[in-house]
Design a binder for this molecule. Structure first.
Ligand SMILES: N[C@@H](CCC(=O)N[C@@H](CS)C(=O)NCC(=O)O)C(=O)O
Length: 363
């Protein structure tokens, strides 16, 4: 494994995950338990965001704790607040902040127990180990670890090891139901990958991952115009494909439910089948970042979602405004600040564009 993002040809290469255990009653070590597992996420990261949405959809916010890293990624990786910093209201100061350039808004609220309210603070600390760097979790699990320190991380408090650091696999694990018995009345039992739709979900995820989720990174991190032009064109060709799927879906629902039944249509307006699935979760975390960041920062600027893709735009706003699990896990400040101030090769001055206004339009 390598620490480099780009290969010799200037093309972006995404890191393969190295921890791949699955919590299950039949696993010799990692059994499902109340409060035993803990997520480390960035609110900026689209891959980590998938795990937060799924955790919320399944009603697991009291079963699996969360630590949010600071939005700034530096040469040593992601940073956590120390518990001293976290106890003050405004414990950490850094130049910048979106709504005021004079005062940073990076503060943390104290030791809130394992609670979804933690999603709203700018960064939290590591109550399990008191670490101030995500890298320490990796070294504690594997002293020889020599690849990048990525989020999300699913941590086991009992063995002090990383169980899994691959979002696709973490969300399947959460969805599998192994934690439902601990969620009590919060458990929703909602299935994001129902058997009858799984082949279609997998097929959709496959091309969406390569061409859209990771496609925007391949365009944005390209180190030659030629690679960039090829990748950005590919991103928009694939957005066109999603737009067509959603336009056809909308027309079918209109035919079934009537032209005036917009509310009923929206209850079934999803990418695969007529119910919310993992395919929507995985696409959402890229599309919600598209207009605020990818358009300008990754130069994915043939058009915006809001102006160029009416059906994707409707689908996006439906998820954001009608589903708490999407809205409450979306933090536009972290998203904008992280990309524009961490990728200094792309944006040397670290000036964060204020627009678009608003971050997302009303439904
Ligand atoms: N395969 C991983 C990819 C995760 C990933 O690339 N995370 C990025 C943030 S968006 C990261 O943590 N990068 C830190 C670094 O490169 O130092 C997953 O989907 O879970």
């Amino acid at each position: 494994m390598s620490k480099q993002w780009a290969g010799k040809d200037g093309a972006f290469k995404r890191q393969q995950s190295s921890f791949k255990e699955i919590v299950s009653p039949s696993h010799p070590v990692y059994k499902p338990e109340m409060g035993r597992y803990w997520l480390y996420v960035s609110l900026a990261c689209p891959w980590a965001h998938r795990t937060l949405i799924t955790r919320a959809i399944k009603g697991l916010t009291n079963v699996i704790g969360v630590t949010v890293v600071h939005w700034h990624l530096d040469e040593k990786g992601w940073r956590l607040l120390t518990s001293n910093e976290s106890l003050g209201v405004k414990a950490y100061t850094l130049a910048g902040g979106i709504s005021t350039s004079k005062e940073d808004r990076s503060y943390a609220v104290g030791a809130i127990p394992n609670n979804s309210a933690r999603l709203f603070v700018d960064s939290t600390f590591d109550p399990n180990n008191g670490f101030d760097r995500l890298s320490q979790l990796y070294y504690k699990s594997d002293p020889e670890y020599n690849a990048r320190f990525t989020v999300p991380v699913l941590w086991d408090k009992k063995t002090n090891t990383i169980v899994n650091n691959e979002s696709a696999s973490i969300i399947r694990m959460f969805n599998s139901g192994v934690f439902d018995e601990f969620a009590g009345s919060d458990a929703t039992g909602y299935d994001l990958t129902p058997k009858s739709l799984t082949p279609q979900i997998d097929e959709f995820n496959g091309w969406v991952y390569d061409n859209i989720n990771n496609g925007v990174y391949k365009a944005g991190f390209a180190e030659s115009a030629e690679v960039y032009e090829k990748e950005v064109t590919n991103v928009f060709e694939n957005l066109d494909k999603v737009e067509k799927i959603l336009a056809d879906k909308y027309a079918k629902l209109e035919a079934d439910l009537g032209k005036d039944a917009r509310d009923k249509i929206l209850q079934r307006f999803f990418t695969v089948g007529e119910q919310l699935t993992e395919a929507d979760v995985r696409l959402y975390t890229t599309i919600i970042r598209f207009d605020p960041v990818y358009v300008q920062h990754f130069k994915c600027n043939f058009t915006t979602i809001r102006d160029g893709y009416p059906y994707i735009h409707l689908w996006l706003r439906n998820l954001y405004w009608n589903f708490d699990s999407f809205k409450e896990t979306t933090n536009f400040e972290h998203i904008k600040l992280h990309y524009t101030r961490s990728h200094t090769r792309i944006n040397f001055l670290g000036i964060t564009p204020l627009g678009p206004k608003p971050d997302i339009r009303p439904l």
